[in-house]
Write a protein that binds this ligand. Structure first.
Ligand code: BTN
Length: 323
């Protein structure tokens, strides 16, 4: 038996003390084994009250991204339902998740890490995040899409992030097309979507997301900001992640059922790019103009100063001050 059965028992009975005898009877393991599991949980940082005649009671849960913390009564249909791998340290959650994809693991698998040695950002950049402060996650998806439609997944993730941040903390965030969540013009979250595909068919997608949750200002690059800095207090990473996964799954299911247009409408509500003067770097070629918004494919449309409208499907966008 793993520690999680005892932990879940205590979570199911948060209001009362549960005696060792009662837990051992319900879980059909010896009292000595229960005691051992309680000790293990305490070592992991769980605060468990233990009184000789009353039994055990869970007092406090550590804010660690343990698989059991994420999965407990999560309430999703796919995400985190079969596989959640949580690491203290690895190179990149995207790299590990990609391997799961190649091994044929079903969609919805989650890879989490408290630290990445080679965290990757878009366009060959690094993703820097201090240990045990933020959320670093990759999600394995197997959508029936053509490779050209995969950027939709990035837009979905950005929309769900913006919505859940607003819902939980009443913080107004903006999405910088395609994938940055900004607050106070600094970067709160980044998304790196990678895929394995043939010319006309996607095998799988790895949706990698980094969220600055509790990092101190000096632990982040100058362009980054954490939720805790904005709120002036630390935030439960577990609570945030669980809410985000539920929200993201709803949006992903909207895509799967052909309702992507409704996601676009939501994206526009949070867009920090639409209406702005922007410069887009298209692999060295720079385009300037006014961002009009995104179309039903998720591409950004720009009106150039000569009146021509240009469709942007990939690239790096810079928000400029209005002329
Ligand atoms: C960007 O804004 O450039 C994208 C950053 C994406 C970072 C996340 S952290 C979890 C996952 N693993 C990685 O190596 N990268 C993504």
């Amino acid at each position: 038996m793993k520690d999680d059965l005892v932990l879940n028992y205590l979570k199911d009975n948060l209001e009362t003390h549960s005696s060792g005898e009662e837990i051992s009877r319900k879980l059909k393991v010896s009292r000595a084994a229960i005691w051992k599991h309680i000790q293990n949980l305490r070592k992991l940082g769980y605060e468990i009250d233990g009184e000789t005649h009353r039994g055990y009671k869970l007092i406090k849960t550590p804010d660690k991204l343990f698989a059991d913390e994420i999965s407990y009564k999560l309430g999703t249909k796919i995400f985190g339902q079969k596989t959640i791998l949580s690491y203290a340290s690895l190179d990149s959650t995207n790299t590990n998740c990609f391997k799961l994809g190649e091994e044929g693991v079903p969609e919805g698998a989650l890879v989490l890490a408290e630290h990445q040695k080679k965290g990757r950002g878009r366009l060959g950049r690094q993703w820097v995040s201090p240990k045990e402060k933020n959320v670093l996650i990759s999600i394995l998806l197997r959508p029936i899409l053509s490779p050209a439609q995969v950027p939709k997944i990035t837009l979905i993730a950005a929309t769900s992030l913006a919505r859940v941040i607003h819902k939980l903390y009443s913080i107004k965030v903006g999405i910088k097309w395609p994938n940055d969540i900004l607050c106070q013009e600094k970067k709160l979250c980044g998304i790196l979507t990678e895929m394995s595909a043939e010319s006309d068919r996607v095998n799988f997608v790895v949706l990698g997301i980094g969220i600055n949750v509790n990092a101190q200002k000096e632990e982040l690059p100058p362009e980054g900001i954490a939720l805790s800095t904005i709120l002036g207090k630390s935030v439960s990473r577990v609570e945030f992640l669980r809410e985000f996964l539920k929200e993201l799954e709803k949006d992903y299911l909207r895509l799967k059922s052909g309702n992507f247009k409704t996601v676009i409408d939501d994206w526009e509500k949070y867009s920090a790019t639409s209406g702005k003067r922007v410069r887009v770097d298209l692999l060295g070629k720079k385009i300037e103009g006014s961002a009009m918004g995104i179309d039903e494919e998720g591409a950004l449309w720009i009106r150039r100063d000569n009146g021509l409208q240009e469709k942007i499907t990939a690239g790096d966008v810079q928000h400029l001050r209005s002329a």
